[in-house]
Design a protein around this ligand. Structure first.
Ligand SMILES: [Ca+2]
Ligand SMILES: [Ca+2]
Length: 686
């Protein structure tokens, strides 16, 4: 707590000395665009506990107890086998369409059988759909007549320990459960160059051709190539977040917030939008063609991967044809008080109404979505990207700067124009970016899976996770208390995305190093080394082990965890844009190989254990350096022990019997097991 309290003071002191420049937006190099903004030092939260901690309500530290209405059990249903060719069980056991799409039963001897997830302690009406044509009930089991005069079987209900905790009810077969998602952020320009022919060189950009401020050649063909090579499947992620596919302005522009370097639109946050027809999609030519985008999505789906587009709707670029034709669709760069309305200059980043109308720079006009025509154009364009390319969701950029009507309209249009035609309808996942490490209420205001976002990137959790596991400046017990208050803070049906690194923060490997290159700042540290004296990769294994521990924390808990490209190999880099170096595909050192193999192992464990994705967590032991907890769901229990210290520690409270350890594949015997320094172990009872 003290450490966190010190951070803003340190930052404030450095600012006063001119030692660092505070970026005017969350994009630590004001190179480009958007991204909310860094925490205001004057508003920084002092930490956990006590009043006014800024974390919102429910910060009790008590272990989470799944609400009864979310609890589930599994039950084996049977139907006597005669000459049927197929039997499905359908009923009101959860989910919107379980009377339309049932669970296929398997014939075992004289019975058709199926294991079905049912609500905890509630009666379930059900019926059998036989041979794909005929509804029948089983006269050998209890029945009742419903209000329509139909006779159904009725299961009296069941209570089980441990129960499952199903935030969104049991989903119909074929509907992807986003709690199972693991997201990999592909920064397209910096990932893989599949076609040198489309490489771009924007003139006048700092550093010239292929500099860190210019296009470096990555493209859709490169992403598709890595998809087809199986890179993502091998790693164990199942969802790709790709940078904005929209056409960007082919001009240079000085950075945001006093950064005098000149940048290109390689990041994708300068959408051009020239056509008045929102269905006339224009994709970024430096990344290939629109067909290349579609081919990438098709290739991803063929490999079982979902795709999320970064969608930037805060602003258009000043050279946009839509801006030229419809100046009234944008807020004027005028604060009405005698000054401009650039965020952090004439207008506030934070205060309303400024925050929803300020220009991130003088060349990024801010959409005015209170104008219905403007809103309809932008929402229609977003919907067309979904309809024409088949993408599975969006990452909503800098959402707190957007009028909420854009989001609610988009959600409604996705439902009517996209999902209504799907059988069964999928959950279109929208995850937002609100660059705020402290105020959970701001993040929460945009979350409601039926009308707004499904979740947001969990910046407040990132702060604690990095401090506790990588930097070791916050106790594991503080992290555990925070997470206990955080698991369901955003609502039982929200799917947040926990993360350690992203494109706005210095590369996380440096926070895990034995000697940190910059302080414990969460955003702007490392900024001064973005253009000079850029850091090299740490040489000590310890840094990579700590990073592996950070991933273990994410992968052993709920949410759709995010891996920023290159973090799986400890790619180095200071603040933006040095945190966006081209992906390293060859010449990995032993530490990088260790980390990538460990990430693969941890993801394979997560993917194999529903308890880690959906279960409830109970802390067994927690102190400054260790955290031992269980994740439990019906039929699956995993014991997780994280030791962030530089010496071995004992995990106690494990089952007093033979255990399988999943990370190393070794056996162990409870109840007490030694966890080596900087390691995580995960156990299941034999
Ligand atoms: Ca290229
Ligand atoms: Ca372009």
């Amino acid at each position: 707590m003290i450490t966190r309290a010190r951070t803003p003071l340190l930052l404030a002191a450095l600012l006063a000395l001119g030692a660092v420049s505070l970026p005017a937006c969350g994009d630590a190099t004001p190179s480009n665009k958007d991204f909310g903004q860094p925490p205001d030092p004057n508003k920084f939260n002092p930490g956990l506990g006590g009043g006014g901690d800024g974390y919102g309500s429910g910060n009790s530290g008590a272990p989470f107890v799944c609400p009864d209405e979310l609890r589930t059990c599994t039950h084996d249903f049977t139907y006597p086998a005669k000459t049927e060719t197929s039997v499905e069980i359908r009923g009101d056991f959860g989910g919107p369409d379980t009377w339309q799409t049932g669970v296929a039963m398997k014939k075992e001897g004289a019975l058709w059988k199926a294991t079905v997830t049912v609500p905890f302690g509630k009666p379930v009406a059900y019926k059998f759909f036989v041979n794909g044509t005929t509804w029948l009930h089983d006269p050998g089991q209890p029945t009742e007549v419903d209000s329509n005069g139909n006779t159904n079987n009725v299961f009296a209900g069941k209570k089980c320990e441990p129960s499952g905790c199903s935030e969104q009810g049991a989903l119909p077969p074929g509907v992807f459960d986003w709690r199972d998602a693991t997201i990999y952020f592909v920064f397209v320009d910096r990932f893989a160059n599949g076609s040198p022919a489309n490489d771009c060189n924007i003139s006048g950009v700092s550093g010239g051709n292929k500099s860190i401020a210019n296009y470096q050649g990555g493209d859709w063909a490169g992403v598709t190539q890595k998809i087809n090579e199986g890179y993502f499947n091998d790693l164990g992620v199942n969802t790709l977040w790709v940078t904005v596919p929209l056409e960007n302005a082919d001009v240079g522009g000085v950075g945001v917030g006093g950064d005098n370097h000149t940048y290109s639109g390689y990041h994708g946050y300068w959408p051009k939008l020239d056509s008045d027809n929102p269905a006339a999609l224009a994709s970024e030519k430096c990344f290939g063609s629109l067909q290349d985008v579609k081919d990438m999505v098709t290739a991803a789906h063929a490999k079982g991967l979902k795709v999320l587009y970064d969608y930037a709707m805060v602003h258009a670029h000043a050279t946009s044809g839509v801006f030229a034709n419809h100046a009234d669709w944008f807020w004027p760069n005028n604060n009405g008080r005698g000054g401009n309305c650039v965020c952090g200059e004439g207008c506030s980043w934070d205060a309303l109404p400024d925050r929803e109308r300020c220009w991130f720079t003088g060349y990024l006009p801010h959409w005015n979505f209170t104008n219905a025509a403007a809103r309809n154009y932008s929402v229609s364009n977003a919907v067309e990207w979904v309809k024409q390319t088949g993408v599975d969701g969006f990452r909503a950029d800098a959402i707190k700067h957007v009028d909420i009507s854009w989001l609610t309209d988009l959600r409604a249009r996705i439902k009517s124009d996209v999902l209504a035609a799907q059988k069964p309808p999928q959950r279109f996942y929208m995850v937002g970016e609100t660059y705020d490490f402290g105020n959970r209420d701001v993040l929460k205001a945009y979350i409601d899976p039926t009308t707004k976002l499904d979740g947001q990137f969990d910046f407040p959790l990132r702060r604690l996770a990095v401090e506790a596991v990588l930097m070791r400046t916050t106790k594991m017990s503080d992290l555990a208390a925070f997470m206990a208050s955080n698991d369901y803070f955003y609502g039982a049906s929200a799917v947040m995305s926990p993360f350690l690194g992203n494109h706005d923060l210095p590369r996380i490997i440096h926070l895990a190093a034995n000697t940190r290159l910059w302080g414990d700042d969460q955003g702007s540290g490392g900024k001064d080394r973005a253009w000079q004296n850029q850091p090299t990769i740490p040489k000590e294994r310890e840094a990579f082990e700590r990073l592996a521990n950070g991933f273990a924390l994410l992968f052993a808990n709920r949410g759709a965890p995010l891996v920023y490209y290159g973090d799986e190999i400890g790619l180095p880099g200071a603040g933006d844009p040095d945190n966006r170096r081209f992906m390293q595909w060859t010449g990995l050192d032993a530490n990088q190989t260790f980390l990538r193999d460990r990430v693969k192992k941890l993801l394979s464990i997560r993917n194999g254990h529903p308890a880690l994705r959906r279960g409830t967590r109970t802390t067994i032991q927690v102190d400054d350096d260790t955290w031992v907890f269980t994740r439990q769901t019906a039929g699956d229990t995993v014991y997780v022990a994280i030791n962030r210290s530089d010496s071995d520690k004992q995990a106690t409270g494990l089952p007093g019997k033979a255990l399988d350890e999943l990370v190393t594949g070794a056996g162990a015997t409870g109840p007490t097991v030694t966890i080596p320094a900087r390691q995580t172990r995960m156990f299941v009872a034999k």
